[in-house]
Design a protein around this ligand. Structure first.
Ligand code: AVI
Length: 329
């Protein structure tokens, strides 16, 4: 890192973005935090990723939910009326099948959709309420990773927290353990957590999922630099960085990096900061942890949930696990 002579550009900077970019690009090896992916363009690119032929995660999880929806809600409800709370709900596309299954057992369903950015949800809210009569959608705009305050359920009601889409896989193990414990603290004994996690499989399948032929994942990864150019007056040349996806077997995770193809200096004028890159040097942008049989039950137990049941697809590529809040808290 070196400081440039010319003055900083004055921009309305988001403090959280500024802080995390300074820390990440100032460290060795360089990193950028994955939540920076999700500006408007990045969220749109992620939606496109979920439909790519190589990105098996979304469609595999959706099929598991479709095949097992009635069993999942019956197991979670245990004869009580359910309330759904989805973390990082996005457009809540995959949850619709569970809502319909719940409505076969009860005439109304409250769906609490928790997300830091409710843009996708605002559209989803009207559609869900129109297309699935009986569902009432409450939008809860909060960052669930930093704790959140949920209402207590009414007597006779049980909460089912949905944390699906392998979102937990984007956190470091200590961080995911912390998030799960936070969720548990919000729940009463008997309430449930449905966790969707991606499983370790053959390396070529995982590599293709994070480096698709159409280059959508590459664009998603590079969008971080587009964002830094726009929000921090950067001059990253996108042609001088390449998308890299690799399997880290020791850590059991897919990693995404942005690799500098040449030795270069990049300026972030908002901080009056010049950053040097060596040829081949990378910015580590994301980890996607992949799990093995038994991992989910262990994670749930550590957070105060008894492992109730798991569902998977016939290839064992993805797992959806139900944990029940025990009496330990
Ligand atoms: C959101 N998350 C679960 C995705 C994943 O698979 O880790 C993000 C993503 N990164 C590259 N492709 C998709």
């Amino acid at each position: 890192m070196s400081l440039a002579a010319s003055p900083a550009v004055s921009l309305p900077i988001d403090e959280q973005v500024a802080r995390s970019v300074r820390t990440g690009l100032g460290s060795k090896p360089k990193t950028l935090t994955p939540w920076l992916f999700y500006d408007e363009a990045g969220s749109e690119l992620f939606e496109q990723i979920t439909e790519l032929p190589e990105y098996y995660l979304t469609r595999t999880e959706r099929a598991i939910l479709e095949h097992n929806a009635s069993e999942i809600v019956a197991e979670a409800g245990g004869g009580k009326r359910l309330r759904f709370t989805e973390l990082g709900a996005g457009s809540a596309e995959k949850t619709r099948v569970l809502m319909k299954a719940a409505l076969e057992r009860q005439n109304k369903l409250l769906f609490e959709a928790v997300d830091v950015s409710p843009t996708a949800l605002l559209v989803a809210q009207a559609r869900i309420e129109r297309e699935i009569p009986g569902v009432k959608v409450d939008l809860l705009e909060m960052d669930y990773t930093n704790g959140f305050g949920l209402d207590r359920c009414t007597p006779g009601e049980r909460r089912l927290v949905l944390y699906i889409g392998s979102s937990i896989g984007n956190f470091e193990p200590e961080e995911s353990a912390r998030i799960l414990r936070k969720v548990r603290k919000q729940l009463a004994p008997g309430d449930c957590l449905l966790l969707g996690i991606d499983q370790v499989k053959d390396e070529s399948t995982m590599l293709a999922a994070y480096d698709d032929a159409a280059g959508v994942t590459a664009a998603f990864n590079k969008n971080m630099l587009v964002r830094l150019n726009r929000e921090l007056a950067g001059d990253f040349d996108l042609d001088q960085f390449s998308h890299r996806a690799l399997w880290n077997d020791t850590m059991s995770r897919m990693e995404m990096h942005l690799e500098s193809s040449v030795e270069q200096r990049v300026r972030l004028a908002a901080f009056d900061w010049e950053i040097d890159f060596g040829a081949g040097e990378t910015i580590h942008t994301e980890n996607s942890y992949k799990f093995r049989s038994g991992d989910a039950a262990a994670m749930l137990a550590e957070a105060g949930f008894a492992h109730a049941r798991s569902w998977t697809d016939e290839r064992g590529w993805f797992e959806v696990c139900l944990g029940r809040a025990d009496d330990s808290q």
